[in-house]
Ligand binder design. Structure first.
Ligand SMILES: Nc1nc2c(c(=O)[nH]1)N[C@@H](CN(C=O)c1ccc(C(=O)N[C@@H](CCC(=O)O)C(=O)O)cc1)CN2
Length: 289
């Protein structure tokens, strides 16, 4: 008899966490006389980025974080953005700063992220915070990877001593999630576009993290029966009728009868990303007192 994977419901967990954060923010505001503040820098008119930024601003409102939205035209220069970050670094009302990615091609995103003060680095992408992560020290953790770990913990999925395979090596997801899994005592393999025989690696995984951004990259044959499959992919596809929808990197319907746990897209990891950003902003604020 075949069973079906239990879905890891990121949307429900994100809602519960936001309710808790709202209580925490209310108490902190009462105690310290101001609410935490988050500044989101968006450059250009990428429609997906604009939607994510709107979601972030709405989520701030939900939990009582003050959001300082800054939307710049696509032709904004590196120097102008660096000046803005300098101002935000020195603004006492601002506890978290993030630069919505991707940026237009003429901008150097790495150089820009490096300008954010590490204590206000709400996305956890500054070299200091990535260094703290590697050293296992407290610090701001990247939102999507932290959301994955929170989701696994919620479902009491222990990764200690288990084989984890991360497919993808981005700074935003692949590398930090690998470090978080390692910190939680998993045996971690990072696979990428140059890894030969990807299936041989993924089939060994007790915990499989797909973070590439390619629809149906992970097929049923690539999944170990009874494993935990976490889909971090966000791919917008258009069907025959012209309707667009969001899918992950995992062939969901084929993998669902094989895995023990599986994250849906949407409603899985993506739903946790914004909540972890709010969590980071409140954490940065709390560190000041
Ligand atoms: N500075 C950053 N830029 C980007 C990040 C990031 O973490 N920091 N990640 C992505 C985009 N992103 C946040 O910015 C993000 C992606 C997806 C979701 C999300 O809620 N997904 C939902 C579905 C939403 C929908 O229907 O469109 C889900 O999967 O359930 C939130 C945030 C790239 N840029």
């Amino acid at each position: 008899m075949s069973s079906i994977a239990q879905l890891l419901d990121g949307k429900a967990l994100a809602q519960r966490m936001q309710a808790e954060l709202a209580e925490q923010v209310k108490a902190l505001q009462k105690q310290h006389g101001r609410a935490p503040g988050l500044a989101v820098l968006m450059v250009g008119d990428n429609p997906a980025s604009a939607a994510y930024v709107r979601n972030k601003e709405r989520a701030c409102q939900t939990v009582g974080i003050v959001s300082f939205g800054t939307h710049f035209p696509a032709e904004t220069t590196q120097a102008e953005l660096e000046q803005t970050i300098w101002n935000l670094n020195h603004d006492d009302r601002v506890d978290g700063i993030l630069v919505q990615l991707p940026l237009p091609d003429h901008l150097d995103s790495v150089a820009l992220l490096n300008q954010i003060h590490p204590d206000k680095d709400a996305d956890g992408l500054h070299p200091t915070n990535l260094g703290r992560l590697v050293r296992g020290e407290p610090g701001l953790r990247s939102c999507t990877p932290a959301g994955v770990m929170r989701l696994l913990a919620e479902y009491k999925i222990d990764v200690s001593g288990r084989q984890a395979v991360v497919v993808g090596r981005s700074i935003l997801v692949g590398k930090p999630i690998a470090m978080l899994l390692l910190e939680a005592d998993a045996t971690v393999t990072i696979a990428h576009s140059r890894s030969p025989d990807l299936s041989a690696l993924t089939c060994r995984a007790d915990i499989l993290i797909a973070a590439v951004g390619r629809q149906n990259l992970i097929t049923a044959e690539m999944v170990k029966p009874g494993s935990v499959v976490v889909d971090v992919g966000i791919n917008r596809v258009t069907d025959g009728t012209g309707k667009s929808r969001l899918v992950g990197d995992v062939d969901f319907s084929a993998v669902q009868p094989i895995a023990a746990y599986l994250t849906p897209v949407p409603g899985g990891v993506g739903a946790m990303t914004v909540t972890m950003l709010l969590h980071n902003t409140v954490w940065s604020y709390s560190q000041k007192f």
